[in-house]
Ligand binder design. Structure first.
Ligand code: NIG
Ligand code: FE
Length: 420
């Protein structure tokens, strides 16, 4: 940890995204970014100590200015470190062969049902060593960090048996200890029905419930439990069984919901009290209304819709109906091989009708809520972890206007400068 305090000074805009710690931001509150012009941030002991105008903070800390590492942010903006609440970070290999097949007209599900897709990544991940998985994921985390991302969620789900699910989860814990980016673990043994269970998927559901979930808890390997609830993968009934069983072990439910076909995944998220429902491309009006009623975060993954050449989720309807929306990369080798959360924000604006303000709230405080970490991260407020990014743009709209670019200038993680 830097012994010296960090004093970021005189940014054109400090975007605090404050006021959303107790509950995720919804409706018009997603557009209140709480911006401080000529803003400054004082960080010390890994925490944010003060946020205000440069004048206010220079006065408050006048006797300690020499002691601090001062960063001149004039002409730039400062915002909370970005939070990516949905990735499949730990995996082996790539699937550019399938990319070519999809360009020629094969669909994602056709490829998966013929033994490719998640199955292809599972077989590569099973035969990879923990060290290989670790070093590959470290590189991806470097790339996330260079894009201003300071926390990522990481799902298992390319093992599909205990030995290999455990291997992925242990690698995620090692990453958390080794890389500046915080890694939050989700167990996703229910990512696909392994080929040998094709004729008897319920037996695999039983195996997850009886064999894997208790061990996830016993070895304290994850906080969340996610299921790919999709036609031809896990049914809503199977999903419910797995999520309810996980709850008994303290695992918080998440759902890959209504991604390819409408399947009442959003409704199920409300019914099981999931912390988030993710994808939601085909979520029904009723499902959206139920999520809004329960304040369940809708984690939208427009990079996946883009890459699978599918219709985008109805972000406008969700936000206008009161669903607190977050954004994520879904980083994985099949449906979204990008670590650029800023590009995901661009897609959210240009393809889902979200405003630049909503896109920022969705990648900060609402994303932190989807990971049950809003008291720690997601906004620049006194007492929170000192995770911040300085971007080389004069105002936040430029992040969306100058699309497809990486404007990250400096990243501060837990009060340390990690990208400079
Ligand atoms: O969120 N849809 C299921 N899982 C991932 C894709 C995983 C893969 O194709 O390897 C997703 O899109
Ligand atoms: Fe996913």
């Amino acid at each position: 940890m830097n012994a010296r305090p960090i004093f970021i000074r005189n940014a054109n805009q400090v975007i605090t995204v404050s006021g959303g710690t107790d509950a995720p931001l919804s409706k018009e509150r997603m557009r209140e970014l709480h911006i401080i012009p000529h803003g400054s941030v004082w960080m010390e002991d890994g925490r944010i100590q003060a946020v205000g105008t440069d004048e206010e903070l220079a006065e408050a800390y006048s006797s300690r200015l020499q002691e601090a590492k001062q960063i001149d942010a004039s002409g730039k903006i400062v915002m909370p470190g970005l939070v990516d609440p949905h990735t499949h970070l730990v995996h082996a290999g790539t699937r550019e062969d399938e990319f070519n097949m999809r360009l020629k007209g094969s669909t994602y599900m056709e490829i998966m049902n013929s033994g490719g897709g998640i199955h292809a990544s599972t077989s590569k991940t099973r035969s990879a060593s923990p060290d290989h998985l670790f070093h590959k994921a470290m590189k991806h985390l470097d790339s996330f960090l260079l894009h201003g991302v300071t926390t990522v969620e990481a799902k298992s789900g390319y093992g599909l048996d205990w030995e290999n699910e455990r291997k992925q989860l242990q690698v995620a814990l090692r990453l958390q200890e080794s890389h500046p980016v915080d890694v939050v673990s989700t167990f996703m043994g229910a990512h696909a029905i392994p080929l040998q269970y094709k004729e008897n998927p319920d037996a695999f559901v039983d195996y997850i419930i009886q064999e894997m979930l208790p061990k996830v808890k016993e070895e304290n390997l994850a906080e969340f439990n996610d299921v790919f609830c999709e036609e031809g993968v896990f049914t809503p009934e199977q999903t419910k069984r797995i999520l309810e069983a996980g709850k008994k072990y303290g695992l918080i439910p998440k759902i890959h919901a209504d991604e390819i076909e409408p399947y009442k995944g959003a409704e199920l998220a409300a019914e099981t009290g999931a912390i988030s429902a993710d994808h939601l491309l085909k979520a029904s009006d009723e499902g959206i209304a139920k999520m809004a009623e329960k304040n369940i975060v809708g984690v939208l993954l427009p990079g996946t819709a883009f890459f699978l050449m599918a219709e985008f989720a109805r972000a406008r309807r969700m936000i206008d109906s009161g669903v607190p929306v977050a954004l994520a990369t879904d980083f994985n080798p099949g449906s979204s091989p990008t670590t650029s959360l800023p590009f995901i924000m661009n897609l959210a604006c240009l393809k889902m009708g979200m405003s630049p303000e909503e896109a920022i709230a969705a990648c900060t405080i609402n994303a932190a809520h989807a990971l049950n970490r809003a008291s720690e991260i997601g906004s620049l407020e006194k007492g929170k972890k000192a995770d911040a990014v300085i971007l080389d743009v004069p105002n936040y709209v430029m992040l969306q206007y100058h699309y497809g670019m990486n404007h990250t200038h400096t990243v501060i993680k837990a009060g340390r400068i990690v990208v400079d």
